[in-house]
Ligand binder design. Structure first.
Ligand code: PMP
Length: 387
């Protein structure tokens, strides 16, 4: 035991010396896009509860109802006892929301990617895989489990992807493209219609992570996969961000969902989500179609923020969503700016390598429907004063 701790201490010292040791700090969610940390009330520009649904009374009430009806834990894996009639009905609702034949609920977004990708590739032995350079760590975890080599294309560069599709893995029995519709650290979006057309042209299967688009972008918040004519073969999304709860879904054809429920390890061997968590998702699906004005408000806040950052001479990359980076560059400068902003009442976390490439450390500013234009102006003033 003591020996293990000594090894761990050495490993922790190494990341500490590189200035990358992370610590957990207590924080509590407060209304109006605020949170309380160390007794200070901060305007929260870091959580992904984009529509404020995590504290919506309809969600808390439905979570309570489902908990009272079914208990706090689901007791077993979905395949054993963990599937109630409500869960099956909820999966039908998710499929209808996404415009697919079927959907399957997973324990978390991380778990969904880490389980679904190796399951998909197990059905496609010898497949060639093409990945955007900035896909999420959970997709890399899935690829690592599957042991598949990837052909990486430059971020959101469909010409590069077309070139790779024309030249690599042409003899493979199947080809799979893995990407995201909204990238979590840049807030830029994939051109979904063009991507779907490219996949079709090269007879490739398209897998899209909609973690940050679900609920916020696309018709009635259905995500950007809904904007691809002919659809997307495999769609993954989370309930942990705009949906205001926890867990995730995979959506696609009936055959795809049947396969995942047989072959996705993180589904088969993991206990079903607690009923209350799913009750909240059910309530969020009641609300989402009618939140167009909140979605439009997010768009206008993002435009205002990007304009303001531009006026301050700060690069916001290709952001086209509710996620807006203020790219600072050196890690220490991004960290210093985030901590000065916190002292002024703003939580806008600094994101640094390895989460983003070296030299592109940034504030990742996540907008929420509860923010006002005045909140954006105050943040911009804070950034201007603290730089
Ligand atoms: N995919 C992407 C693109 C994400 O940003 C995240 C969350 N950071 C996940 C998957 C994992 O989702 P969850 O937090 O629900 O595990």
């Amino acid at each position: 035991m003591a020996n293990l701790d000594a090894h761990l201490q050495a490993a922790l010292t190494k990341i500490e010396q590189a200035g990358r040791r992370r610590v957990l700090r207590p924080a509590a969610i407060a209304p109006q896009g605020r949170l309380v940390r160390d007794t200070a009330s901060l305007i929260d520009f870091s959580s992904n509860d984009y529509l404020g649904l995590a504290t919506h009374p309809l969600l808390t009430e439905r979570a309570r109802e489902w908990t009272q009806r079914h208990g706090t834990g689901s007791g077993a894996s979905r395949l054993v006892t963990g599937t109630s009639a409500e869960v099956i009905a909820l999966e039908h609702r998710i499929a209808a929301f996404k415009g697919t034949e079927a959907a399957l609920i997973f324990g978390s977004g991380w778990q969904a990617n880490a389980a679904a990708i190796p399951a998909l590739l197990a059905a496609l032995p010898g497949a060639a895989v093409f990945t955007d350079r900035l896909i999420h760590a959970s997709m890399h975890a899935g690829l690592a489990i599957s042991g598949t080599r990837q052909h990486r294309f430059r971020h959101n560069d469909l010409d590069h992807l077309a070139h790779l599709l024309a030249s690599k893995g042409r003899e493979a029995p199947a080809r799979v493209i893995l990407t995201e519709s909204v990238f979590s650290m840049d807030g830029d979006v994939a051109d979904m219609p063009a991507l779907a057309a490219l996949a079709r042209e090269h007879d490739a299967i398209l897998y899209v992570d909609e973690a940050h688009a679900t609920g916020v972008l696309g018709p009635r918040g259905a995500g950007l996969s809904a904007t691809a004519p002919g659809g997307v073969d495999v769609i993954m999304g989370t309930f942990s961000k705009a949906i205001g709860s926890f867990g995730a879904y995979l959506a696609g054809s009936r055959a795809l969902i049947d396969w995942f429920s047989n072959a996705a390890s993180g589904f088969v061997f993991s206990t079903a989500l607690p009923p209350g968590v799913l009750g909240a998702v059910d309530a969020a699906l009641d609300l989402l179609p009618d939140l167009d004005s909140e979605r439009a408000h997010l768009t206008s806040l993002a435009d205002r923020l990007r304009r303001g950052l531009g006026e301050l001479g700060l690069d916001h990359g290709a952001s086209a969503s509710q996620i807006v980076p203020a790219i600072i560059g050196p890690e220490d400068q991004a960290m210093a700016l985030a901590s000065k902003l916190e002292a002024r009442g703003f939580l806008a976390a600094a994101i640094r390598p390895p989460t983003v490439p070296p030299g592109t450390s940034r504030l990742r500013i996540a907008l929420r429907a509860a923010h006002s234009a005045a909140d954006i102006d105050a943040l911009l003033e804070g950034i201007s004063a603290c730089r």
